[in-house]
Design a protein around this ligand. Structure first.
Ligand code: ADP
Ligand code: MG
Length: 695
């Protein structure tokens, strides 16, 4: 239950004065649905209005706040209504002309009555002999002078929302913000010289100079640390919960694994061997394994997973592998089955597509323990699925993250060990935020014999050359992927683009062209993939459905259309589909000029390197962490205040702090512990709080 003190902050935005339905809707899209989300919307700039000279002294080109008397209104003459409306004002040193275009005279007469003294603030310009201010930002009475003479924060805007209005709403949110008990370690807090939470929040919204807008400004650093601490504490709580359930020792002599290895035409790389050793060691201890197997696309994670699974099976228990998509589950099944067969072990498959009688049979065999090993999609999580004795859950999440899902599958076993595989070469800093302190095995080398992919960047107006190059490839028996762009996140448009391109290429190359996209029924998708993998189709037009793990080793050419629209991680994943065999491969990144600065940088990095870890670091630098970790369901970034490109050191401190906290006060029962619970709720990491009770 959310602490009562936070209720005002979790009220809907429309509860703020001045936030009508239209504005509330705009704001929701900009920041999120609740008052607290508006608080995290920090200024991106500032306007210093403290410069308040006499009119004669006012410097041109600078924002000034001037106190003047209104002398006379000069509306444009009727015949020249496109001229501006002028209001002449003065103080005892000189004249100032206020200039308004498309003005409403009744309004101007009301706010600037002749004879009255007014404070106006805006950029002063010199026009001939005249000193002018066009559309003052503020017009106020003398009594409001002090309120105007401040530094005004400028917020990142959304279309249709005026900065002034946004500022007012944020002020109103700040007024509702309660003081909260300090959750930071007292010594750390003192050392940093930070303000208490509420003070820091106020300060972050009231920058006095450019320095206050940087990530390292004390107020921002404090808020970022709070967010990172909430994140790390939540992850540490999940991890602690996982470890509390006593693990089991899974040991085998490795007979089954050896048989599988004997059936392979290759030997394991050093880093594969090392990963296998780490995994089997973990499994052998009676602590529960929580290990991340990190390795670039094509680095050979599957074999490592299979050996771990056979280890569990040989010990008399069951093992399951969960893939994020249907295609990938089937692909894993196809790769793993021969290995399992070599070890003499049957392998089952369960996806959303197994239905009725056949599904029942699969479920029964799992529950009886007759099926020792299974591959599937998230269908494996469903309640109806029970295992006789699941000892190992392998989760191939490629580049999707979900702490929750990991736990659900593991919960189906008696203290099942968990191995998560990811193809995203996540920088260390991000690893911590997504996985807490999971143990990590990394596959750093590619299997021997691979040749680098020749990556080229081609403008869209040379598409004919690209088609000709593809034609030459096809004549030489190449297998070619043609990836069509993401159109504004709309699957319908993606599909239309892919189908158009398919028709175009089909017109040129005929029956050797196939197409696959996300809207096709599963069986058609399989058929299209199979035709590409096994023969009749040599040019496969696809949307990004092929991004995730699809494996056709013979493919050597990839065209990515509108490559400028893809993120670095995505381009890297896509390119990883080729260059998997020993033949030379080519990747053509087709772009539509003009390129933005960031897009140019992305394409340059792609041309320069195939090193996934390097690409990930560059990606982090170019985009910031929020995007790299994907977005949450709400569409909001993972972090609202923290910026991992800048707050990496704070993250390490937050991790250490979280660990210490749980060592000393595992139930969060002390005064500080209670404050920390509030922190978890404040940053909506409250899912973790349940683990305090469920033990
Ligand atoms: P990942 O899942 O990490 O993307 P895979 O496990 O699918 O990579 O392996 C990619 C390809 O490399 C597969 O065809 C696999 O058989 C092959 N492979 C794996 N390990 C080796 C190795 N040590 N030597 C040669 N080929 C390997
Ligand atoms: Mg794979």
């Amino acid at each position: 239950m959310r602490p009562e003190i936070l209720y005002p902050l979790f009220a809907p935005l429309r509860s703020l004065p001045g936030a009508g339905p239209r504005i509330a809707q705009l704001l929701e899209r900009l920041v999120g649905p609740r008052v607290v989300h508006l608080l995290w919307h920090l200024p991106s700039g500032l306007i210093d209005r403290r410069y308040a000279p006499k009119v004669a002294d006012a410097r041109a080109g600078v924002v000034a706040t001037l106190t003047v008397r209104v002398d006379v209104h000069q509306p444009p003459s009727r015949s020249r209504s496109r001229q501006p409306y002028k209001v002449r004002c003065s103080d005892d040193t000189g004249d100032l002309v206020l200039v308004f275009f498309h003005a409403r005279s009744d309004y101007l007469e009301k706010v600037l009555p002749v004879g009255a003294v007014r404070v106006v603030s805006g950029v002063v310009e010199r026009y001939g002999q005249e000193l002018q201010m066009t559309h003052p930002d503020h017009i106020a009475g003398e009594s409001d002078r002090d309120r105007l003479l401040t530094v005004e924060p400028v917020y990142p805007l959304t279309a249709g929302l005026a900065s002034k209005r946004l500022g007012q709403l944020i002020r109103a949110s700040l007024e509702r913000t309660p003081d909260l008990d300090e959750w930071l370690d007292p010594a750390f807090f003192a050392r940093q010289g930070w303000k208490p939470w509420r003070g820091a929040l106020e300060q972050a919204h009231a920058p006095e100079g450019e320095g206050d807008l940087t990530p390292s400004a004390p107020a921002r650093a404090r808020l970022a640390f709070d967010e990172l601490l909430a994140n790390q504490l939540a992850l540490a709580m999940v991890r602690r919960h996982m470890h509390q359930v006593r693990g089991r020792a899974v040991r085998s002599e490795g007979r089954l694994g050896q048989r599988a290895l004997d059936s392979l035409s290759f030997t394991l790389t050093d880093s594969q061997q090392c990963a296998v050793a780490e995994v089997t060691n973990d499994m052998a201890t009676d602590e529960r394994m929580l290990r991340l197997l990190q390795g670039d696309v094509g680095s050979g994670k599957t074999v490592v997973a299979v050996l771990a699974m056979l280890n569990a099976v040989e010990s008399g228990a069951q093992a399951a592998l969960m893939a994020p998509t249907e295609i990938l589950a089937r692909q894993h099944f196809a790769t793993i089955e021969p290995l399992a067969a070599a070890a003499g072990i049957p392998l089952a498959l369960l996806t959303g597509r197994e239905k009725g009688k056949s599904r029942e049979k699969i479920l029964k065999a799992l529950a009886d323990g007759e099926t020792p090993m299974i591959v599937g999609t998230h269908a494996l999580f469903q309640e109806a699925v029970t295992f006789k004795d699941l000892a190992l859950a392998v989760i191939d999440e490629q580049h999707r993250f979900g702490v929750h899902q990991r736990l659900t599958l593991a919960a189906k076993g008696r203290a099942a060990d968990v191995l998560v595989m990811t193809a995203t070469p996540i920088p260390r800093t991000l690893l911590l935020t997504a996985y807490g302190d999971m143990d990590v095995s990394r596959l750093t080398e590619k299997p021997p014999g691979r040749r680098p992919v020749d990556t080229r960047v081609v403008p869209l107006d040379r598409l004919e050359d690209v088609v000709a190059a593809v034609g030459r490839g096809l004549a030489g028996d190449a297998k070619v992927y043609w990836v069509c762009p993401l159109v504004e996140e709309s699957e319908v448009l993606d599909v239309a683009a892919a189908e158009d391109r398919y028709r175009h290429l089909h017109g040129i190359f005929g029956a050797r062209v196939g197409v696959v996209h996300g809207r096709m029924p599963g069986t058609e998708k399989d058929a299209a993939m199979a035709a590409f993998a096994e023969g009749s189709v040599d040019l496969l037009v696809a949307t990004t459905v092929i991004e995730v793990g699809v494996d056709v080793a013979a493919a050597t050419v990839m065209v990515i259309e509108h490559a400028e629209r893809f993120g670095l991680a995505q381009l890297h994943q896509l390119r990883g589909r080729i260059g998997r065999g020993t033949a030379a491969s080519t990747c053509l990144l087709v772009y539509a000029p003009p390129l933005t600065e960031a897009a140019r940088a992305r394409l340059a990095i792609m041309r320069e390197t195939e090193d996934g870890f390097r690409i990930a670091e560059e990606d982090l630098r170019l985009r910031g962490a929020g995007e790299l970790l994907g977005v949450r369901q709400s569409g909001q970034p993972v972090f609202r205040v923290a910026d991992l490109a800048h707050h990496g050191d704070l993250l390490a401190a937050a991790r250490d702090d979280a660990r210490l906290i749980l060592e000393r006060d595992p139930g969060l029962e002390t005064a500080r512990g209670k404050a920390l619970r509030t922190l978890l709720y404040l940053f909506e990491r409250d899912a973790a709080v349940q683990y305090l009770r469920s033990g």
